[in-house]
Design a protein around this ligand. Structure first.
Ligand code: C2O
Ligand code: CU
Length: 468
């Protein structure tokens, strides 16, 4: 765990113990997978320096602190074409762009380094505490770079969260779920190679890892725990269930605490979504509780719509201990601007698919181009956006810069677990969402994209530019 106001992480190839037997060569932040968990108070500046010490063939890197409100330059821009990436497989990008036009001036070259400034301030106030994560975001290469290991968790804390009687310390546990496949020598497979099967558009692994381990177990007391769960998979959804007499209360999403807690049984979590849960193990003393993923009962079918089925990890519950924690009936109220959000959209973002043998994904008819801006919202305003999925696949649309309130899903009010702020939205085929967000502080370009990482690499990304 890192809690320093300034820290350096070398991005290095390292041998990581993932499976029994031979170690796995991975690309890592600081020699660990997942990268070190970073824990920082909001409203205080953090300077994070990343040094690209990967083999030269990895090319340029860029680090995105997912869910934080950052300047455009510190947001981990994907960049454009370079000598290491002479053409994009799916995106139509000019190779004549200047470094500033393409965002290449913000990339971390082989042997180079970059210090990102994270202030965790929004609209002059400290941001809301939340579970964030950091990962690579390079044009065309995000899926490969994350698959090889470039992902870690980041927890931010604030006074309101700290004032609640929630479990903390060793009873506040971040869990990163992702999937990977390995060869017989325990090395990661390479679904990105230019083999007969490439390009692979929805990479799944046959092993599910929780905090980098297959089917781990964790010893807990028979009391309440806070589990912050991140789906860091390229593509897979999980439909989480705790088996064995525990109560599960959701208190937050990727955008921090919800207005009020919500009892949950099955929790569907798509790529990049997070859930913040209070799990009460008190009735499960001296037994094992399995966290598993089950089929999604209401899956519409189609690419990306299903959920993994199988166990993820086990909690070995010991004896009860005195527990002074509780889940308050009120957590964090919605911000005031939600009330006054426009009911009709000022911008529509429509996901579709192009033509051809390996068609690109499109937003508003285009693939990603770092020099193209689709929309220019004004800083200090609240806008309502309409998100439309016109494809036969499920997507996980993620919007950078700020958090969003879901006004409606297919014309209906949001379900209770989405009646709160979020920044990544699961969109089944044919769905239409209305979301409202407030733009503040930083003028510049920010991306909106599908967080199924192959979709993002295969065109499903666009850009807006906030203007003063
Ligand atoms: Cu986690 Cu634009 O990404
Ligand atoms: Cu997608």
């Amino acid at each position: 765990m890192i809690d320093a106001a300034a820290f350096d992480l070398d991005v290095v190839e390292e041998e990581i113990a993932v499976l029994p037997g031979a170690k796995t060569r991975m690309w890592t932040y600081g020699g660990d997978f997942p990268g070190p968990t970073i824990r920082r108070p909001v409203g205080e500046r953090t300077l994070a320096t990343f040094r690209n010490k990967l083999p030269a063939k990895a090319g340029e890197l860029t680090v995105h602190l997912h869910g934080a409100h950052n300047t455009s330059a510190d947001d981990g821009q994907p960049g454009g074409l370079t000598n290491n990436l002479r053409a994009s497989m799916y995106c139509d990008i000019s190779n004549r762009l200047t470094p500033a036009e393409s965002g290449n001036d913000l990339l971390i070259e082989h042997g180079g380094q970059r210090t990102y400034t994270y202030d965790f301030v929004e609209g002059g106030q400290p941001e809301r505490a939340a579970m964030h994560w950091y990962h690579d975001h390079r044009l065309d290469r995000t899926s490969r770079n994350v698959w090889r290991g470039l992902a870690g968790m980041w927890i931010s804390d604030d006074a309101l969260d700290a004032s609640l009687p929630l479990p903390r310390g060793s009873r506040d546990i971040p869990l990163m779920i992702c999937d990977r496949s390995f060869d017989r020598k325990n090395q990661l497979t390479n679904p990105f190679s230019d083999s007969a099967h490439a390009p692979n558009d929805g990479i799944v692994g046959n092993r599910i890892l929780v905090n980098g381990a297959v089917l781990p177990h964790h010893r807990v007391h028979a009391c309440r725990y806070r589990l912050r769960i991140l789906n860091a998979s390229q593509f897979r959804n999980y439909n989480l269930v705790f088996e064995g007499g525990v109560t599960v209360t959701q208190i937050g999403t990727e955008a921090g605490l919800m207005p009020k807690p919500l009892k949950r049984r099955r929790i569907l979590i798509g790529a990049a979504e997070r859930v913040d849960l209070i799990v009460d193990f008190s009735r499960a003393k001296h037994s094992n509780v399995v966290l598993k993923s089950v089929r999604r009962g209401n899956s519409p079918g189609g690419i990306g719509s299903r959920a993994y089925a199988g166990p993820l990890m086990q909690f070995r519950v010991g004896k009860p201990i005195p527990d002074s924690t509780s889940v308050p009936a009120a957590l964090r109220p919605l911000p005031g601007w939600v009330e006054s959000a426009p009911q009709s959209p000022s911008k529509t973002w429509t996901i579709s698919i192009g033509k051809g043998f390996a068609p690109p994904w499109l937003i508003n008819g285009r693939t990603f181009d770092p020099a193209y801006v689709e929309h220019r919202p004004k800083l200090g305003t609240v806008e309502t956006w309409k998100l439309v999925n016109k494809t036969t696949a499920t997507h996980l649309l993620h919007i950078h810069h700020t958090d969003w309130y879901l006004l409606s899903r297919n014309g209906k009010p949001p379900p209770p677990w989405e009646d709160c702020l979020k920044e990544t939205f699961l969109m089944d085929p044919g769905e239409t969402l209305l979301v409202a967000g407030r733009f503040s502080d930083y003028p510049g370009k920010f991306v909106i994209h599908c967080h199924m990482l192959d979709h993002e690499d295969h065109g499903l990304m666009s850009q807006f530019e906030t203007v003063a």
